[in-house]
Design a protein around this ligand. Structure first.
Ligand SMILES: [Zn+2]
Length: 111
């Protein structure tokens, strides 16, 4: 017996999810944390105020109920952002797919 939802919303989400997975792009489950600091060198731009501070990027991830963090070197930020965006989108698509199955199954029980 097949219970695959027939809605356009389901088809779009399932198709986009397959596209992401087949694209070969890695999916990184992590969120970004931006931290700024002053370096302490006199005459550095960061001494001029908050908006001139140096920026460091970190990714964070929950693991066994705890949050872990890792510093990301500047030259990796762009490449890793693509992977965390892929995760974000895949997660949203999975939520849509879950919803649509839920609706489909609910409708069948009414009938
Ligand atoms: Zn500085």
């Amino acid at each position: 017996m097949t219970i695959k939802p027939t809605s356009v919303r389901f088809k779009r989400a399932a198709s986009r999810l397959r596209q992401i997975i087949n694209s070969g792009e890695e999916i990184l489950r992590a969120s970004w944390i931006k931290m700024t600091h002053t370096c302490g060198k006199s005459g550095c731009k960061c001494a001029k105020g908050r908006k001139y501070r140096h920026t460091n990027w970190y990714i964070s991830q929950s693991k066994d109920g705890k949050t872990r963090m890792k510093s990301v070197p500047r030259n990796y930020v762009k490449a890793l952002k693509v992977k965390t965006e892929a995760y974000k989108e895949a997660r949203e698509l999975l939520a849509v797919i879950g919803d649509e199955y839920w609706n489909e199954f609910s409708n069948r029980q009414k009938g």
